[in-house]
Write a protein that binds this ligand. Structure first.
Ligand SMILES: CC(C)(COP(=O)(O)OP(=O)(O)OC[C@H]1O[C@@H](n2cnc3c(N)ncnc32)[C@H](O)[C@@H]1OP(=O)(O)O)[C@@H](O)C(=O)NCCC(=O)NCCS
Length: 193
C-alpha cells in the first residue's frame, strides 16, 4: 500500500478516535442490534435518497457479518453494515448503510466506520462500487485498489450483472481490498462455468 496514504489515514483515524473519546462516542463492532433499532435504521435507509433501502430482514441478515456502530448512552449515532453477495459459492462483501448522525457529520466519522469495517474483512473479498470522489479517496486511504471491469473475468462481470452490481464505469469506480486484488487472477480462474 502507498505509505503516504497509510500515514494520512492513520493520522486521521487517530484524531477521529480522540474526537470520539472527547464526545463520549464508543466504537463497537457487533452482531447484535435490537429489533426496534433495526426498524429505525431500516426506516432511515428508506427515507434518505442517498441510501439503498434495507428492510429489517435484510439488516438482520447483514448483522451476521457484523457491523460497526458509534454508541453513546445506548443510542446509535452512526452505523455501517456489511452486505454479503454470493458469487458461485464465494462470499464477496460490500460495505453498506453508512450513516452518521447530523450532529457529528464532517468529523471523519464516516471514514472511521469504513476503516473499522474494512479491517474486519482483510481475509475476505471486499468490493466497493461508488460514484463520489470522496468515497474513492477514502477507499484509497483504506488501502483499496481501483480496478476496471476488464481486470475481471467475463464470468465475474456477468455475475455482477446478475446481482445488480454492474455499473457504468464513466460514473462509478470499483475498488477492491488487497486480499481481493492479490487473488484476482485465481478468483477469475475459479469462476469458470
Ligand atoms: C455520508 C455520511 C455517512 C458521511 O459522514 P461524515 O461523518 O460527514 O463523513 P466524513 O467526515 O468521513 O466525510 C466527509 C465528507 O465525505 C463525504 N462522504 C463520506 N463517505 C461518503 C459516502 N459513503 N457517500 C457519500 N459521501 C460520503 C461526506 O458527504 C462529506 O462530504 P462533504 O464534505 O462534501 O459534505 C453522512 O453524510 C451521512 O450519514 N449521510 C446520509 C446517509 C448517506 O448518504 N450515506 C451514504 C450512502 S453511500
Amino acid at each position: 500500500m502507498n505509505s503516504i496514504l497509510n500515514i494520512e489515514k492513520d493520522t486521521i483515524v487517530n484524531q477521529t478516535r480522540s474526537f470520539c473519546v472527547e464526545e463520549g462516542l464508543e466504537i463497537v463492532f457487533t452482531h447484535e442490534i435490537s429489533k426496534t433499532q433495526l426498524q429505525i435504521i431500516s426506516e432511515r435507509t428508506k427515507k434518505l435518497p442517498a441510501m439503498y433501502h434495507a428492510s429489517v430482514g435484510m439488516l438482520y441478515d447483514r448483522l451476521k457479518n457484523g457491523c460497526c456502530l458509534l454508541m453513546k448512552d445506548e443510542e446509535i449515532y452512526a452505523h455501517i453494515f456489511a452486505h454479503r453477495h454470493t458469487i458461485q459459492n464465494h462470499s464477496v462483501y460490500e460495505r453498506s448503510s453508512l450513516w452518521v448522525h447530523k450532529r457529528y457529520r464532517n468529523n471523519n466519522l464516516g471514514l472511521l466506520l469504513m476503516d473499522c469495517l474494512t479491517k474486519r474483512f482483510t481475509k475476505e473479498f471486499l468490493i466497493s462500487i461508488a460514484q463520489e470522489p470522496t468515497v474513492h479517496h477514502n477507499n484509497e486511504l483504506l488501502g483499496m485498489q481501483y480496478i476496471t471491469l476488464k481486470d475481471l473475468s467475463p464470468v465475474l462481470v456477468e455475475t455482477l450483472e446478475e446481482i445488480g452490481k454492474l455499473r457504468d464505469e464513466h460514473m462509478y469506480k470499483y475498488y477492491v481490498n488487497p486480499y481481493f486484488e492479490s487473488k484476482i487472477n485465481k478468483f477469475n480462474k475459479i469462476l469458470i462455468k
